[in-house]
Design a protein around this ligand. Sequence first.
Ligand SMILES: O=c1[nH]cnc2c1ncn2[C@H]1C[C@H](O)[C@@H](CO)O1
Ligand SMILES: [Zn+2]
Length: 352
Amino acid sequence: MDPLRLIPELPKVDLHVHLDGCIKPATLLRLASRQGMPIPAASEEELLQYVQVREDCASLTEYLTKFDFVLPYLQTSEALEQVAYEVVEQAAEQRIRYIEVRFAPQLHRSAGLTASQTIYHVVQGLRRGEADFGVKARAIAICMRHHTVSANLEVVEAAARYIGHGLVAVDLAGDESAYPAALFREVFESARSCGISITIHAGEASGAENIEEAVLRLGAERIGHGVRLREDDSILHLVRERQIPLELCPTSNIQTKAVDGWEAYPIRQYYDQGVKFTVNTDNPGVSGTNITKEYQVIAQKFGFTLGEISRMILNGVEASFLEPNEKQALKRDFESVLHRLGVYGSPQPPLN
Ligand SMILES: O=c1[nH]cnc2c1ncn2[C@H]1C[C@H](O)[C@@H](CO)O1
Ligand SMILES: [Zn+2]
């Protein structure tokens, strides 16, 4: 069976998607008009140049400038609820059955919301989406690398109140090349002491040493991207032995120049070496992608079979930050849908 044809039908998860990276152009125009804010484009078509990266994007630093454009429109409770709701809607269109949506509370406070209120409204939007579209959805709160320790501690404190109430973890994002992971030990020590799960963007715009720092010192249970893991054998060994899942986001990783191009993309190497990873979108709006396209592009470029793709999907279910009983239920659900489609997850080498 040609994997490309069945990929749209497969049940999927997306564990790494930024709320402010998937705003639909039509929604942005509507938010601008409703909030009486100017916007330098009259149509969805015209908006694309402001919200989507170009093919010649040179770095993560350049990629991140796209967020400056959308964030001013995402400062109210209504806007946050609406875009969170629509992320779930868009997920359902791709047969995603579980999604973890991340956002940075401190980037949505210029109209006076508290960090805690931003989480409340995002969770409300996700819940409404869950009810309307049948997709399970959870939030992750992001600490930003260019923010102060105290601003990030405030995020962790707010996040702690929502554990078990729609939020499952905290993250660290922003310009990795300018702010190494080691600056954030105190922030994630606080998260650990509150019992919050941790994922960290690392090994994207800087080398594997940030992955080691994230795992050994910050307590990361998953790594955002981690594409540059292969630059250090001993760190690769560490991540593989501890079965730390990498949240790969292929199109985004190519656009930010985390790797030099598709020929250098290490996904086949990681699969064959038994490194655990999941496939995700990062920022569908900014990157011009969706989860179906992500699986199709890796199937095409690296010859992954349906069995191998199903293994990646099931790895994603396993890597989710859900409670064990919820994870078990999700796993059973995925296995039964895959069974119905006649697809079975291959064992990932080294054989497990
Ligand atoms: O791929 C990424 N790496 C680091 N930071 C990122 C990436 N995608 C989005 N962000 C940042 C920009 C957003 O405004 C912020 C919160 O979602 O997270
Ligand atoms: Zn990201």
